[in-house]
Design a protein around this ligand. Structure first.
Ligand code: GTR
Length: 395
């Protein structure tokens, strides 16, 4: 009797809370493409088959259908320190601003890097590199402006270096002018339907920063994390998938064509059609074919996260950011665990999305759903540091 009453009360509570019409009711059934099945139908159950066959196959599918080719060759790269302060942040950090100039044929592009390394560290430091898609004031090297979007003091305090470059150096975030950056080096990309566009160019630039880090003794090159928010979070995932030198990936509120599954088509959330219409300069021409036909895509976003395996990856959502589909983002990182399992990596992800402000840290793949709006805040960064601490230093 008591049990029945309890059951009725719980049901009543759920109905009042609106769980009855929860979001799954708004989702049409969908079938995800199998991450561990090759195009010729073979099941992958060995790391070697994943690395030699399925992983390259998926990278090519993402290049051809979504992010475009990732050109790897250039003629020359050079690094010039254009500003330096050994005692920045009241002596706590060493600031370096570096112009990374890449040349190909008779063209060049310059990525301006802002880097603070902790003076407390006698050795080289692990670093968080932000792909900055917001205003440049967020990464103010003078520290007159301080922003939670890039909380440099907090990261330095945590024992890490922090770096950033602005997306506009690689490709202006504008459908008319996105060609005026990296794509000047690779004009042939503009003539093909699987050519690189802005998000590909941002990821390419992150890899050139990696080239620089390799030469800087203050950086622990084996411990470079790439970080991005929203459109920058999409680019961070693509950079981490492409360039295995990134030790860890943090993708904050990245949503559609980032961490969220495309096939879920959760009603309040962004669709492929919406993103391709508003931002035609982000992804390649082929992607537009899927505007009204998402199920024909040979990939879905869990496969992008899988390409980061076995390296740690952390994604986030925000409770009010339904445009980025928090549940769809959780399902995709969960689905990607199949590849981590192949590597024997244990996931600490719960079967259902965790409650708000309940980060999953002690896991090969981490996640939190921050209470609040679409943004990247000190709360998010605090958890990035905890996740990095756990993986790099086991605490
Ligand atoms: C939105 C866009 C999202 C996301 C966001 C952002 O307008 O639809 O995909 O990238 O901008 O970058 O903040």
């Amino acid at each position: 009797m008591m049990k029945k009453l309890k059951f009725c009360l719980v049901m009543l509570f759920l109905m009042i809370k609106g769980y009855g019409q929860n979001e799954d009711a708004k989702i049409s059934p969908y079938t995800l493409p199998e991450v561990l099945k090759t195009l010729d139908g073979k099941t992958v159950n060995k790391i070697s088959d994943w690395e030699k066959k399925r992983r390259p196959e998926l990278l090519t599918l993402f290049e051809n259908n979504i992010y475009g080719q990732m050109p790897k060759s250039y003629d020359h790269i050079s690094y010039k320190v254009v500003n330096e302060a050994a005692n920045a942040m009241d002596g706590k950090a060493h600031l370096k601003e570096v112009d990374i100039m890449v040349e190909r044929a008779d063209k060049s592009v310059t990525i301006h890097l802002i880097l603070f390394t902790p003076n407390a560290s006698k050795k080289s430091s692990p670093v968080f590199l932000l792909i900055n898609n917001r205003g440049k004031e967020n990464t103010d090297p003078t520290r007159k402006v301080k922003s939670e979007f890039w909380p440099a003091e907090m990261v330095i305090e945590g024992g890490y270096a922090i770096a950033a470059f602005h997306v506009s150096d690689a490709a202006p975030d504008n459908k008319e002018t996105y060609q005026n950056g990296v794509l000047q080096l690779y004009p042939e990309q503009l003539t093909v339907d699987n050519g690189m566009k802005a998000i590909g160019a941002w990821a390419w630039a992150a890899s050139r920063v990696m080239d620089y880090f390799k030469t800087d003794a203050a950086i622990d090159f084996g411990k470079v994390s790439i970080v991005g928010h929203s459109r920058g979070g999409k680019a961070a995932l693509w950079a981490g998938a492409q360039d295995q030198r990134f030790a860890m990936v943090f993708s904050n509120c990245s949503g559609n064509t980032g961490a969220a599954l495309a096939r879920r088509q959760y009603k309040p959330a962004e669709t492929i059609k919406a993103i391709n219409t508003t931002f035609p300069h982000w992804f390649n021409n082929n992607y537009k074919q899927f505007n009204d036909n998402v199920n024909a895509l040979p990939v879905d976003q869990h496969m992008l996260i899988s390409l980061i395996a076995p390296r740690p990856v952390y994604t986030t959502s925000a409770t009010e950011d339904l445009w980025a589909d928090p549940v769809g983002s959780y399902l995709s990182i969960s689905e990607a665990q199949k590849v981590y399992t192949l590597y024997g990596k244990k996931s600490g992800l719960s079967p259902d999305p965790p409650p708000a402000n309940t980060p999953i840290i002690r896991s090969i793949s981490g996640y939190h759903n921050r209470e609040g709006i679409h943004n990247m805040t000190a709360y998010d960064w605090g958890n990035f540091i905890r996740f990095a601490d756990f993986h790099y230093f086991h605490h």
